[in-house]
Design a protein around this ligand. Structure first.
Ligand code: GTB
Length: 216
């Protein structure tokens, strides 16, 4: 069955692969599932046709046969459950890999999103510096804990899994800052994820969309 996902027609990240179609593309590339991409404008995101697929008017979505899904984590989980290669066979190891998927989006990502929101929406406020340093302290505390757990391992729990895919996706949002610099093992972890051929195919595909839109 054909898989169709949605992505921005013009991504505000200018081809950096930071929008959330990226983990979905990466997961599909890891498992070798071909997919189509329907590009959506900001206006179309808020129209009834898209809202029927994604109630919050966002990308990404995933359609396969009668199934329509939203939420990047749920989509990656669905892909990992239905194809080999992203979740271990052993039940306990599988549960731990799923816990890392949740940790990425529920524990590591929230202060990172808060930092971005503060930069975009509150940087002109008198209290912005205080807010920024508080949020960055919260991020660093999480990064310190994550770094300690990763140690000198390649991946978070044995072989590469959907947990690593989601965690590396989240950590990439800090690449334009210096917040990862105190943690060489996290920098190496992100670099290892980005060196995977599946990541590179996914990245190139989303970059091609941006390049085409920019030249069109
Ligand atoms: N929880 C949802 C999920 O994980 O699927 C969140 C989806 C989401 O945030 N989608 C964003 C969106 O559609 C795009 S990815 N926004 C449009 C809207 O809400 O109207 C978030 C994103 C956007 C831009 C950058 N960037 O420019 O770097 C990075 C990430």
């Amino acid at each position: 069955m054909t898989v169709t996902i949605t992505a921005f027609e013009r991504s505000p990240d200018r081809g950096k692969g930071l929008a959330r179609d990226m983990p979905v593309r990466w997961a599909l590339e890891e498992v070798g599932q071909p997919y189509r991409v329907r590009l959506v404008s900001f206006e179309a995101l808020k129209q009834p046709a898209h809202l029927a697929l994604q109630p919050f008017g966002q990308i990404p979505t995933f359609e396969e046969g009668d199934l329509a899904l939203f939420e990047s984590g749920a989509i990656v989980f669905h892909i990992a459950q239905h194809h080999g290669g992203l979740l271990p066979d052993d039940a306990d190891a599988r549960a731990r890999a799923i816990a890392w998927m949740f940790a990425a989006q529920a524990t590591i990502e929230p202060p990172i999103v808060d930092r971005e929101a503060a930069r975009f929406l509150e940087s002109d406020k008198s209290w912005y510096e205080e807010r920024r340093s508080g949020v960055e302290r919260r991020i660093s505390r999480r990064l310190g804990d994550l770094s300690a757990r990763l140690g000198d391992a390649d991946w978070l729990d044995g072989a590469f899994s959907a947990g690593d895919l989601m965690m590396i996706t989240v950590l990439r949002r800090l690449e334009s800052s210096d917040l990862l610099n105190p943690y060489p093992n996290l920098l190496a972890y992100v670099a290892r994820g980005k060196a995977r051929p599946a990541f590179q195919r996914a990245f190139d595909a989303q970059l091609a969309v941006f390049t085409a839109a920019a030249s069109g």
